[in-house]
Write a protein that binds this ligand. Structure first.
Ligand SMILES: Nc1ncnc2c1ncn2[C@@H]1O[C@H](COP(=O)(O)OP(=O)(O)OP(=O)(O)O)[C@@H](O)[C@H]1O
Ligand SMILES: [Mg+2]
Length: 321
């Protein structure tokens, strides 16, 4: 990488006027693996940076880092392992990319042994992430509803849940949402009330309750469970992205999943966008160039632009791509 560029870009991140503000945390998760989280994370990061915002993408997929590959850069020796081993702060691991305003933190790629992180580790990482010198931090998570994933998801300002239109992915998307709801409720509930809630939800799933069930009313009626949860979910909803859409019926799945969540869990999720399937995506990865860079004026690029613009405070919309 060009050294002058590297130092200039590094300087921009050091002297960001937003230095004292918390970075907005966007977390990208999925129930199933291989549905496009890394593609979505890198695309959101690139789109935000094209809009003039400073962005750091943090690769937190412990099962194998990929962000560097989608950005077309070589994996860096300095990586998140050095943070977890206490050798570096997270800020010290921020590496500039060839794109203006866009940096990243290299994920684990040289650990040789399986890695997992605890809730305690994630809770100490969250303030470091929010204190990174950037307007936005986009986190690419590994697949599945692990507790540490749910904890980070809960802390996010924007929570993206990516699904493909495949039934296997949709099924795991519902499981992720259920796990997220229960993880969040568990922390503020008494063990008895939580146990009773799980067994009621199980009966609801098995259709053995014998009467219509409203999760919202159930929570309101119970002592030891917190109804506030629904209020919080309304102000910071899960945002569903349906990736790799090949037809209108694929796109419409987003509306169906939203209405199922409403009907079965009284839960309001946001259908934040449908992303086309486009062969150019994987072809660009093979060529080590991101498709939003090699083909910036496609409908795919427009879909990410639409999603980002809808979530950015209008006063912060600085430039047009
Ligand atoms: N919209 C799309 N159109 C075409 N190909 C896509 C699209 N989104 C992702 N892909 C391709 O699908 C594959 C999986 O994508 P990606 O690596 O982003 O998924 P992931 O959810 O991060 O996977 P993992 O769970 O293994 O981390 C990649 O080859 C990627 O290039
Ligand atoms: Mg990935």
């Amino acid at each position: 990488m060009d050294r002058d560029f590297e130092s200039n870009n590094a300087e921009r991140f050091q002297t960001s006027p937003e230095g004292n503000k918390h970075a907005k945390l966007w977390v990208v998760a999925s129930g199933k693996g291989g549905v496009g989280k890394t593609f979505v994370s890198s695309s959101l990061g690139i789109t935000l940076s094209k809009l003039g915002h400073s962005v750091v993408i943090v690769d937190l997929d412990l099962s194998g880092a990929n962000v560097h590959t989608t950005l077309g850069v070589k994996p860096s020796h300095m990586n998140i392992r050095h943070y977890f081993e206490g050798v570096k702060t997270l800020q010290e691991l921020v590496i500039p990319t060839q794109f203006s305003h866009l940096s990243y933190v290299q994920g684990f790629w040289d650990s040789w042994t399986p890695i997992d992180f605890s809730i305690a580790q994630i809770n100490s990482l969250i303030p470091q992430i929010k204190n990174l010198r950037a307007d936005y931090v986009v986190v690419d998570l590994g697949a599945g509803a692990l507790e540490a994933h749910l904890e980070l998801f809960k802390a996010a300002d924007e929570k993206f849940l990516v699904t493909s239109p495949e039934p296997t992915s949709i099924e795991k998307t519902y499981r992720f949402i259920e796990a997220f709801v229960c993880h969040t409720l568990k922390q503020d509930s008494t063990p008895d009330a939580y146990g009773n809630m799980i067994s009621t939800l199980r009966s609801h799933r098995q259709r053995t309750l014998g009467k219509p069930f409203s999760f919202r009313s159930f929570l309101k009626e119970q002592t030891g469970l917190h109804y506030d949860f629904f209020e919080n979910m309304a102000s910071s909803p899960v945002r569903l992205l349906v990736n790799s859409c090949r037809s209108q019926s694929n796109t419409d799945l987003g509306h169906s999943i939203k209405s199922v969540c409403n009907k079965y869990y009284d839960l309001n999720i946001d259908f934040a966008g449908a992303i086309d399937y486009d062969n150019a995506v994987w072809q660009a990865v093979r060529g080590r160039e991101h498709v939003l860079i090699s083909q910036p004026f496609t409908s795919l690029a427009g879909q990410f632009l639409g999603t980002c613009k809808q979530l950015i405070d209008p006063e912060e919309l600085r430039a047009v791509v």
